[in-house]
Design a protein around this ligand. Structure first.
Ligand code: GLY
Length: 399
C-alpha cells in the first residue's frame, strides 16, 4: 500500500466526510430530518407553550396532586418538578394502594416501588425498579438523574442509593395493605399451606373456598369478615384479591414556554412474584418525553405496555404527525394485535395511554369502553381548570 502524506490524508478524510454528510441528509426520511429542519418552526413548535397544562391518570385528581402540581407549574417551576409534585401526593398517601407508601405488596408481603422520570428540555432521565423503604421513588429517580451519569437503579442498589442521598427509610406496608395481602394469601390456592390446615374444623370449607368457582367472590368476602378486615376496607381488599390491580400514576406537564416533562410511579401489580418489575420504571414504556414533540405514558397492565414500548411509541406517532388521540388509539391497536390469535383473552387486559403534545393538545384512551351500567373511565386535566375528563376507548364491551 502506498504511503500518503498527512496533508493528503486530511484532504481525503474531509472529502469522505462531506460525501457522508450529503448521503445522510439526502437519505434520511422527512421526519428524521425534521429534528433539525422541521421542528423549529413546525406547527408543534409554533403553537407550543400556549398555556401551562398537566394531564395524569384519574388518581392525580382524586388525591389532590393535579392541584398541587399545577400551582407549581403556573408559578414557574420546572415542568419535571411540577409533575413530580403531583405524583408525590399519591406516593405519600396510604389511601392510594397502587402507588408509593401503602401500596399493595408482592407475594411475600414486601412493598417494592417502580418509577421513572424524564425531563424534556434536557432529555435527561432517571429510573428505579423494585426499590424498598422509600415513599417517593419518583424523587429517587430524579436524584439518579441529577447526581449520576447513570440512569436505572434496581433492588438493593436503588434502596442503598436512596439511603446515601438522605431519603428517609420507612416500612411501606401499612396495616390496611397487610390485611388485604393476608386475605389474598389465605384464599389463593388449593395446593399451598395458607389458610385452615388439615386438622382444622374449617378445612373443607377452606378448600371449597379456594376452588374459585362461581361462589369464590362470596367466599373471599366471607373470609375477609372472618379475618376481621374492617367493613370500610373490605370491598377494596376483596376486589384486590379477585382482580389484582396494576394501579399507577402517570403525569405529564407542559409550561408556557413549551417545555415538557413526565413521570410514572407505582407499587406495581398487587401480589406480584418477587422480583417482578412492570413498565412504570422503563423509559420508553411507562413514560417517555421528547422535548420537541411531547410526552407519552401508561397505566394498567405493564406486561402489555412493555411489549409495545408504549411511551416511546406514543411520542414517535406524534412525531410522525398523529394527534395525541390517534397516537393513543394506535398504541392500543398494537396491544390488541398481540391477541389476534386469542381475542377472548384480551378481555382480561386493562391498559391506558396518555399523550400530551408540545402545543398543548392532549388525549387519553383505555382499551375497553365501559361495561354495561358503568361510567366511562376518566383521566385528569389541569390547564387552570382542574377536572376529570372521560377517556376515549378502542373496544366496545359486549359482555
Ligand atoms: N403499570 C404498572 C405495572 O404493571 O406494574
Amino acid at each position: 500500500m502506498s504511503r500518503i502524506s498527512r496533508r493528503e490524508f486530511a484532504k481525503r478524510l474531509s472529502a469522505a466526510m462531506g460525501s457522508a454528510a450529503a448521503f445522510f441528509s439526502a437519505d434520511l426520511p422527512a421526519w428524521a430530518r425534521g429534528r433539525e429542519a422541521a421542528f423549529p418552526g413546525s406547527p408543534m413548535q409554533k403553537n407550543a407553550g400556549k398555556r401551562p397544562i398537566m394531564i395524569s391518570s384519574a388518581n392525580g385528581y382524586h388525591f389532590g396532586g393535579m392541584r398541587v402540581g399545577y400551582e407549581k407549574l403556573a408559578a414557574g417551576a420546572d415542568t419535571l418538578d411540577a409533575a413530580i409534585a403531583c405524583v408525590n401526593m399519591n406516593e405519600t398517601n396510604p389511601d392510594d394502594m397502587s402507588v408509593g407508601y401503602g401500596g399493595l405488596p408482592d407475594e411475600n408481603g414486601v412493598v417494592q416501588l417502580d418509577s421513572c422520570v424524564m425531563h424534556g428540555p434536557t432529555m435527561q432521565c432517571g429510573a428505579v425498579g423494585a426499590i424498598e423503604n422509600v415513599k417517593t421513588p419518583s424523587l429517587v429517580a430524579k436524584a439518579i438523574m441529577d447526581n449520576t451519569d447513570e440512569i436505572f437503579f434496581v433492588g438493593r442498589g436503588a434502596t442503598e442509593f436512596a439511603k446515601s442521598m438522605g431519603f428517609e427509610m420507612v416500612d411501606l406496608l401499612t396495616d390496611r395493605a397487610r390485611r388485604a395481602w393476608v386475605l389474598w394469601r389465605e384464599t389463593r390456592s388449593l395446593y399451598d399451606s395458607w389458610g385452615a390446615g388439615l386438622d382444622s374444623p374449617d378445612y373443607e370449607k377452606m378448600q371449597e373456598m379456594k376452588k374459585r368457582g362461581p361462589d369464590f367472590a362470596y367466599f373471599v368476602q366471607k373470609k375477609a369478615a372472618e379475618l376481621g378486615i374492617p367493613e370500610d376496607e373490605r370491598e377494596v381488599a376483596v376486589n384486590a384479591v379477585l382482580h389484582p390491580p396494576h394501579g399507577t400514576i402517570n403525569c405529564q406537564a407542559l409550561n408556557a414556554k413549551g417545555e415538557i416533562s413526565g413521570v410514572t410511579t407505582t407499587s406495581g401489580l398487587a401480589w406480584k412474584i418477587p422480583g417482578r418489575v412492570g413498565d412504570s420504571p422503563i423509559i420508553g414504556a411507562g413514560n417517555y418525553v421528547d422535548g420537541e414533540v411531547g410526552a407519552g405514558g401508561s397505566t394498567g397492565r405493564g406486561e402489555e405496555n412493555i411489549r409495545v414500548a408504549g411511551g416511546h411509541t406514543l411520542v414517535e406517532l406524534m412525531r410522525q404527525g398523529k394527534t395525541p388521540m390517534e397516537a393513543c388509539l394506535e398504541t392500543l391497536r398494537r396491544v390488541q394485535h398481540f391477541f389476534k390469535a386469542y381475542p377472548e383473552r384480551l378481555k382480561k387486559v386493562e391498559i391506558q395511554f396518555y399523550a400530551l403534545r408540545v402545543d398543548g393538545a392532549y388525549a387519553a384512551a383505555t382499551l375497553w369502553g365501559p361495561r354495561p351500567g358503568q361510567k366511562p373511565a376518566q383521566f385528569a386535566v389541569n390547564d387552570g381548570t382542574n377536572r376529570l375528563e372521560d377517556m376515549a376507548y378502542l373496544l366496545k364491551w359486549d359482555g
